[in-house]
Design a protein around this ligand. Structure first.
Ligand code: GLA
Length: 381
């Protein structure tokens, strides 16, 4: 794909581009914890966005998106929220300009194989790839965390999703065969190997497009903040759900709506679960780790209400199978993928089982991706 994208660029713009590979991500556990100052356990994967990009000595940016065969242009003096996929790129350009970092006109071809709306962070990959490309070209000297924060701000201000830092972080910090445990408050993180040669990471795409994701996502965030405000009355030191525990939450139960109570209940449990899960993973106990994934799914489905019948069905299928250590909905939710840890020698069997049962139930075939953990954003010389 890298070579093809380069050739397409040369064909369209008649010069040699810089190539940038920008991956999607998985998250093993820790969902909706990032914007609550909790922990996450993501990794970059082999599904990716590819950029071919070069300056054009004008004040105009021309971007050709291969996946819909469309070229969109914008002026550097007129960068504002704009409908469509170009919004993600304009958001980055805007945030760079906001920081006084100079951007000049560029030509660019954008290709990729990250399914959109599947919970694999195609948008963070578009953002992270562009910020890294422009940093390389203009020598801003940004570090990877600064780039991730720029991507997150772009997402807040242009598409308007008040996301946490996980996706942009994972996209820019990924390392081959390593998962990352990120403390979303301090932004400290550690790598450790995902060393389970007997298992594969299998993503099952429900093919339900998560259209509710942005609006409902922001609602979840507000509900968490509402819970924090109530807890703060008795416990002023609590700055986010990271600092809260179930006793604190129960003290204010009567003041909270059932929904807000359930949301906070899920998050408090999940932040603890990530820490327990990380310890299990380091010990090599994938079976117990998988049990925690199922517990996360239960919470996301019943308390946080970001699942849907199709995703619940996919997880219930996983539970029937001995070759699966654990499964759950991954990412923001409302559609997209489940992540499944599956015995390597049983993957084919499992995939045909999932496909046929899902087809019987919903009349459509889920796409299944057997992924591997890869490097984060890479500049290819
Ligand atoms: C989306 C957001 C992330 C994170 C997840 C849920 O992917 O972009 O910041 O909140 O949802 O864990």
């Amino acid at each position: 794909m890298i070579q093809e994208t380069r050739e397409q660029f040369i064909h369209l713009f008649e010069k040699e581009p810089l190539m940038v590979v920008s991956p999607g991500r998985i998250n093993l556990i820790g969902e909706h914890t990032d914007y609550n100052d909790g922990f996450v356990l993501p990794a970059a994967i082999d599904k990716k966005i590819v950029y071919a990009i070069a300056l054009n000595n004008t004040r105009q940016c021309n971007v050709h998106a291969v996946f819909i065969n469309e070229t969109v242009s914008f002026q550097l003096e007129d960068v504002k929220p704009t409908p469509g996929w170009i919004n993600y790129l304009m958001g980055i350009v805007y945030q760079l300009q906001e920081r006084g970092l100079e951007v000049q006109g560029f030509d660019c071809v954008l290709a990729g194989d990250i399914p959109v709306g599947a919970g694999m962070s195609s948008s963070a990959a578009v953002e992270g790839g562009l910020v890294a490309a422009l940093d390389h070209i203009f020598k801003y000297g940004l570090d990877r965390m600064q780039m991730a924060l720029i991507g997150q701000k772009a997402e807040h201000t242009f598409p308007g999703v008040k996301c946490g830092i996980m996706d942009q972080f994972a996209n820019l910090h990924g390392k081959k065969d390593q998962v990352m445990c990120l403390d979303c408050r301090s932004l400290e993180f550690e790598y450790f190997p995902f060393n389970f040669p007997d298992y594969k990471i299998v993503l099952c795409n429900s093919m339900v497009h998560h259209s509710l994701a942005s609006s409902e996502y922001n609602v979840r965030r507000l509900q968490c903040e509402e819970g924090v405000k109530a807890i703060q009355v008795n416990h002023p030191a609590v700055k986010s759900l990271r600092d809260a525990n179930m006793d604190m939450l129960n003290e204010v139960r009567a003041e909270l709506s059932d929904k807000v109570y359930d949301r906070c209940n899920y998050v408090i449990a999940e932040i603890q679960r990530v820490q327990d899960a990380t310890a299990l993973l380091k010990k090599g106990d994938l079976q117990q780790f998988g049990e925690l994934m199922y517990a996360t799914h239960e919470g996301l489905s019943k308390l946080y209400e970001v699942s849907c019948p199709e995703l619940d069905f996919l997880v219930s299928l996983a539970k029937e199978r001995k070759e699966v250590a654990g499964a759950r909905v991954m990412g923001g939710g409302f559609g997209g993928c489940t992540i499944n840890l599956v015995k390597a020698d049983k993957v084919d069997e499992y995939v045909s089982f999932i496909k046929s049962r899902y087809q019987d139930r919903y009349g459509k075939e889920p796409e299944v991706y057997v992924t591997v953990i890869e490097e984060g954003v890479s500049i290819i010389d």
